[in-house]
Design a protein around this ligand. Sequence first.
Ligand code: PLP
Length: 453
Amino acid sequence: MGFSEIPLPPEEIPGCDLPAIQVRPPGPQSRTWLLRNSVNVAPMGPRGAPGPRGKERPSGIVYSTGKGSNVLDVDGNRYVDLAAGFGALLLGHAHPRILKVLELQGERLMQALGDVYTSEPRIALCERLARLHPEPAQVILGQSGADAISAALKTAVLASGKPGVLAFQGSYHGLSYGPLAATSLRESYRQPFAAQLNPAVRFVPYPSSDGLLDLALERARFELVRGDVGAVLVEPILGRGGVVVPPEGFLVELHALARQHGALLIADEIWTGLGRAGEMLTSVAQGATPDLICLGKGLGGGLPISACIGKSELMAAWRQEHEVVHTATFAGAPLACATAIALFDILQRDSLVQRAKDLGAELGRRLRSVVEAVAPNASVRGQGLMWGVELASSGRGGAAVRLMRALLESGYIVSTGGGARDVMVLTPPLVIGENQLEAFVAELPLALQACGP
Ligand SMILES: Cc1ncc(COP(=O)(O)O)c(C=O)c1O
């Protein structure tokens, strides 16, 4: 099947144009902005950004506008956005329906009073979210993915009474303290703060192939039998860890093990969920019924909002006699709740989850054939519209960063993953044009060749 046989969403989505590079990125305007950026923004921004004396050559660009799957930078270059805000823009930039909802809800109500006096959109969104869970469920809203993971970890300790967390090597769950303790992707994230992290977290290997399934489960069992683990935290597909799809049955067997040892299964669907990996919930599609499911990234249609959805019987552990013990000023703000409801409507109306599945299968086939031809040592992995190309390591790491830069010069925005940043990661909007994917796949061999092995 070719890309063109997959039905397009009925609504005309602007932003299906091909790249148009006027000036080699980063152009003069981007450089000027990046210089300003380097003065007052703490130095954790784009690598290669100029220092205060402007000596290093910047490697990044500065976004100006976004429409659908296109981004314009401040120099007027047009790109195809295959990163979509680290996978968060499921509907692309400035989806017309999201803009309309922002306008209407903005006029009505932007902020309520948290749990004290709530709002209609917040109640309606929680109903929609709870219905995603296969069992009766309740919801805690947050603003970031890390918020949702924190809420899930707190729920697990309240419900199980056990502080231990079992997590996976290569995983990424966010960088605020609770999630950071369970994030193993890069030691550099953890090392400066190690003394302040939950010491009861243990990591076991994530099974990257059928042959490694038994080993991963055995190591998990070894940790669980100690009896102090209350939460098993897992991504149904490793995202930032380099798009690693586990063998069939992994999550189901992991959940059975967790249950056997009195621990709850938390599925981190912040990246995979809501159609990104071609399913509404990848964990449920894999046959599991997680105790807790975390969503974030795409949930708000571009606005920051996240959710921890848990079985009602577990959420009951939050009931306290006198005090609210978990809240945040903007969690469940009506504006983001309204756009999240719109996201659900659009996913359903335009069959975007199925589109991601079909288009993704075709993209995977095309990527494999291109990569096999020009970079036979590279491997292609993924599902839905979440793909990774792991480049053969040159020993110095960062292979995907070089490819990312080469592609930027051709007008394609991609991101990188994996511990050594050697995986090129594609997470385009679910509304991406087939013409844009065609053009990207045609461009990729040149970029791969330009970067060398
Ligand atoms: C699987 C997963 N969990 C959690 C997070 C953290 O989300 P946030 O950056 O919104 O805190 C991310 C972010 O990339 C993620 O990929």
